[in-house]
Design a protein around this ligand. Sequence first.
Ligand SMILES: Cc1cc2nc3c(=O)[nH]c(=O)nc-3n(C[C@H](O)[C@H](O)[C@H](O)COP(=O)(O)O)c2cc1C
Length: 230
Amino acid sequence: MNAGEKRRTPWIVGVSGASGTPYAAAVLRGLIEAGESVDLVVSRAARLTLLDETGISFRDAHWQDDLGRWLAAGADGRPDTFGPGAYAEAAGDVRYWAAGDLAAGPSSGSYPARGMLIVPASTACVAGVALGLSKDLLQRAASVTLKERRPLVVSVRETPLNGQTLRHLVTLDDAGANVVPASPAFYAGATHIQDLVDFVAGRVLDAAGVPHTLYRRWKGGLGGARAAES
Ligand SMILES: Cc1cc2nc3c(=O)[nH]c(=O)nc-3n(C[C@H](O)[C@H](O)[C@H](O)COP(=O)(O)O)c2cc1C
């Protein structure tokens, strides 16, 4: 690297196979809009949830096309809610690594990264990261993030939660991760599904310290969001 050349320091975004691929899309759009670099890892199971929830088959060889369609889609299933702009920007500073590629950049602590956001996180992923299994690149990158003491945000999506998962979540919290359940709130004046999705994505970005305008923040007065609507 030449002196003065800016080092690329991406957020690693891990998408595991829990329901909630619109949460991942909203986080990715938020990072791109904030001008952040992104390294994307999509687990094998997440391809199934993405196919189920959006109809998109995510292909390693055509990831930019597939990511573009994913980012353009709204949580209500409309394919063009966010338009081709999301597609064009996705081609910007997003790098994609196959989940089976254990030689990929994010598998090493010497690879520069700001931290990692796992959204949504399956209970299997929570267990794997808590136990340090590193069964694929997503889990390995999360273990690396913890060992390097970088921020790790885990947006778990499951209900109800059994004791095993709860214990794994405590282990992650103890290890310094930020557990941000995919649990939308209603105080921000949601009127559409996308608002609920954006609330969760916004809380994930809050935990990472990434600025955004995805949801209306609490201002200290009951009914404030409804008043703002009218
Ligand atoms: C359509 C679909 C929805 C799923 N939803 C969830 C979910 O919400 N939460 C969860 O923990 N697992 C869910 N699963 C199960 C996970 O995909 C499964 O445990 C998988 O092994 C996770 O692997 P990964 O963590 O490597 O992505 C779902 C599976 C499918 C096919």
